[in-house]
Design a protein around this ligand. Structure first.
Ligand SMILES: [Zn+2]
Length: 252
């Protein structure tokens, strides 16, 4: 026993065993330090990977989920409701999604929305259902041509040039129209609702829609009156119109 103790007692005689033991200890120590370092490095590496992954991933995600498409004009079909959900500056029409603005198509693949980034944000964007103010520029057998001058609510701003809009004879009022010239006159100021943006179709069948200001067909004087019967204060000409309930009030 004393021999054994002597043999294993560190520093008792400077034996190989001690050295070996120390060596093993050192080795172990070194190994454990190394292992610790490696573990730390691994942790650090993992952290580095994590740190790298975190900022990169969302950036990739947003870059991948959104893409830009064609340059489009108002009314242009840009997708279908089967493929996409209608986003900003678009409207749905019979399964199609159409642009309401001039601009660039943006597709978000993540939430499946399709939208249009307007190329200019100054003119108000016309939407289906908007009430617009315009002037009659022409009368046809079954059509009234209207140049839109403004949108209700944003009347002081310029509107995009959408070309002539049309009130079909069937959309003038909730009654049969025999003679379109008994409902509208050239240069009349009208208030109408947009029912079809693609073809710029308007409707005046609601009571507050229709002619806001009529001009005598003989002398071009603004006519007065209420209801559908109007009188020219100058030449006493009597004419009829599909008038708005706001006729002559200037209320838009
Ligand atoms: Zn007159």
């Amino acid at each position: 026993m004393p021999d054994l103790r002597k043999r294993w007692d560190p520093g008792a005689d400077g034996s190989n065993i001690l050295k070996t033991k120390r060596g093993i200890n050192i080795k172990l120590k070194k190994r454990s330090v190394l292992r610790k370092v490696n573990r730390n490095r691994e942790v650090a590496d993992v952290e580095a990977v994590d740190n790298q992954a975190q900022p990169v991933q969302p950036a990739q995600e947003s870059a991948d989920s959104e893409r830009l498409g064609a340059f489009v004009l108002p009314g242009d079909p840009i997708g279908t409701t089967e493929e996409f959900r209608a986003g900003a500056q678009t409207y749905e029409n019979a399964g199609s999604i159409c642009a309401t603005a001039t601009g660039t198509v943006k597709i978000n693949d993540k939430d499946r929305t399709i939208s249009v980034i307007p190329s200019t944000s100054t003119p108000p964007v016309l939407k289906r259902g908007d009430v617009v103010i315009g002037q009659v520029t022409g009368l046809r057998e079954s059509l009234v041509l209207v140049a839109i001058a403004g949108v209700k609510g944003v009347i002081d701003r310029a509107i995009p040039d959408v070309g002539p809009s049309v009130i079909h004879v069937s959309n003038i009022k909730n009654a049969y129209v025999k003679d379109i010239s008994r409902e509208f006159g050239l240069f009349d100021i009208v208030k109408a609702r947009i029912t079809d943006l693609k073809n710029m179709r308007l409707d005046t069948s609601e009571p507050e829609l229709g002619v806001m200001k009529a001009f005598c067909s003989k002398c071009r004087t603004a006519m007065t009156g209420n209801g559908s019967k109007l009188v020219c204060p100058e030449c006493k000409q009597v004419e009829t119109r599909k008038t708005s309930t706001d006729y002559g009030t200037g209320i838009i």
